[in-house]
Design a protein around this ligand. Structure first.
Ligand SMILES: Cc1ncc(COP(=O)(O)O)c(C=O)c1O
Length: 483
């Protein structure tokens, strides 16, 4: 990244350097790299407004040159740098030059270089580490070992109902659920068009046919009207996704499933801790599938879980996840199964995580409430809908920006990235992507609307108030610039 320039130089070249480094500033140095001044895009704008031509050569006498830019020594502490960078105080710099004792420009400090905020990071600590060491020392580092059963039991207890089968990922949870419930070739499975692609991939990978259903703007989950429209004589299952932890309207979905004798598989990958009519999500379908990927509220690194309503189905799933091998006769296969087993090392993390999930969710709820309180009066944001009958899982804080297209939304995300804030766009509607176009028919207007103006903000449980204030300020600032 170029952030320095020697003078004389023409304004156009200087502006190009500034545009390319996306920091709004360039530092003027002499041939020994000694700092002589700084020029911002604002300085150049003012120069042009005063009549100076863009192609004009400028030198050290250029009156818009700041000859005393703020700088810090190269060894300055992170704390010291942070106190001057991108804060909301009177001394607020986006980019600070770092000089050695000879005043030579050695490096620059920006918020993104010093500190950055991922969209989600796990809350893991000594408890997880102690369990992992114990699993490691036991020698049981594959799927045999005490933590696997312990994790399944404690997860069952947390959900409050059903029979848990641990697996290697949320995606394998979905695939195992479909196979256990006998969904196969020529069967149609109704899947929302606005979801992470693992939902549809799992259906394709068991050989069944996904049928895409639009979503409802009121809760971002599968549309009941479109669901009813898409049921045929071949429909065998519905896979509602509690997207961004928003529970789908399960009463209506359950009654449609019952009426049409359809299997109901809940994709709860993003929804641990969410509530539907005060009950914890995960017990309403024939089974429900969770993901424990590192960005999830409860993590095992990679991992997943299926909770079955029916014990026999859970037992069948345990056989299927282990190559379809009989549980009583070694190397005798009852099914052509998979290897979807969770390892003892992963489960060791999971056991510690279940113990702290309530604390994690409490922290995340506070983060969501603080974002909501700060964004609710800004009329260019549309907050995540709230329904009386449900409570979100507080996974990743996601909102929409009014009257904005995908290109502008992506520009905001890019700007935030340059300032250390990792944001995510909404999922792309599945029907727009090549592998899935053949499963789509009808209108997907709502998925398209949602997808193009959605942004997810950093939501790690250990985010401090001060850090959240920074994110709120920068996000609002960058969004406002486009209005
Ligand atoms: C809705 C949904 N379903 C399924 C999955 C798949 O989970 P995993 O990444 O653990 O395979 C994800 C992952 O984030 C998801 O968001």
């Amino acid at each position: 990244m170029n952030y320095q320039v020697n003078l004389p130089q023409n304004l156009k070249t200087i502006l190009k350097i500034i545009e390319k480094n996306a920091m709004g500033i360039v530092f003027v140095v002499d041939k020994d790299k000694k700092l002589l001044g700084s020029l911002t895009d604002g300085d150049i704008r003012r120069a042009i407004l005063s009549g100076i031509k863009i192609k004009q050569q400028v030198d050290l006498k250029f009156k818009f040159l700041n000859k005393k830019p703020f700088w810090l020594p190269i060894g300055a502490s992170i704390q010291k740098i942070l106190s001057h960078i991108d804060g909301d105080g009177p001394k607020n710099y986006k980019c600070i030059p770092l000089l050695n004792k000879d005043k030579q420009l050695i490096d620059i400090a920006t918020y993104a270089r010093v500190k950055s905020f991922p969209v989600a990071s796990p809350l893991i600590g000594d408890e997880e580490l102690i369990n992992v060491i114990s699993a490691f020392k036991s020698g049981y580092i594959s799927s045999v070992g005490k933590f696997v059963g312990e994790f399944e039991k404690s997860f069952e207890k947390y959900i409050g109902k059903g029979f848990a089968v641990s697996v290697s990922s949320g995606t394998s949870a979905l695939q195992l659920a479909l196979s256990t419930l006998d969904i196969k070739k020529n069967d149609e499975v109704l899947v929302p068009n606005f979801t992470f692609a693992a939902s549809i991939n799992s259906v394709i990978n068991v050989g069944a046919k996904p049928v895409l259903v639009d979503v409802d703007l009121k809760n971002w989950t599968i549309s009941i009207e479109d669901l009813k429209r898409k049921i045929t004589s071949k429909t065998k299952a519905i896979m509602p996704v509690h997207i961004y932890g928003q529970p789908a309207p399960m009463d209506e979905i359950q009654s449609i499933a019952k009426k049409n004798k359809l299997v109901l598989i809940e994709d709860c990958a993003e929804a641990i801790g969410a509530r539907y009519k005060k009950k914890k999500i995960g017990s309403l379908g024939n089974c429900s599938c969770f993901s424990f990927f590192a960005n999830k509220s409860l993590t095992t690194g990679e991992g997943g879980m299926v909770i079955f309503k029916n014990k026999n189905e859970a037992n069948k799933a345990k056989i299927l996840r282990d190559h379809g091998m009989s549980r009583s006769i070694k190397y005798w296969h009852d099914y052509a199964g998979f290897n979807f087993r969770m390892t003892n090392l992963q489960a060791a993390i999971g056991v510690a995580q279940v113990k702290k999930i309530d604390l994690i969710l409490k922290k995340k709820k506070n983060i969501f409430n603080y974002y909501d309180a700060n964004f609710k009066n800004k009329n260019f944001f549309i907050l995540m809908p709230k329904n009386k009958w449900s409570e979100n899982s507080y996974w990743i804080y996601t909102l929409r920006i009014q009257n904005i297209n995908r290109k502008k939304r992506d520009l905001i995300i890019e700007k935030l990235k340059n300032r250390g804030i990792d944001c995510r766009p909404g999922f792309y509607p599945l029907n727009e992507m090549m592998p899935y176009t053949k499963y789509s028919s009808g209108s997907f207007k709502n998925s398209q609307t949602l997808s193009q103006n959605m942004v997810s903000l950093p939501s790690s449980p250990n985010l401090t108030r001060q850090e959240q204030d920074y994110i709120i300020r920068v996000f609002t600032e960058e969004t406002k610039k486009l209005f």
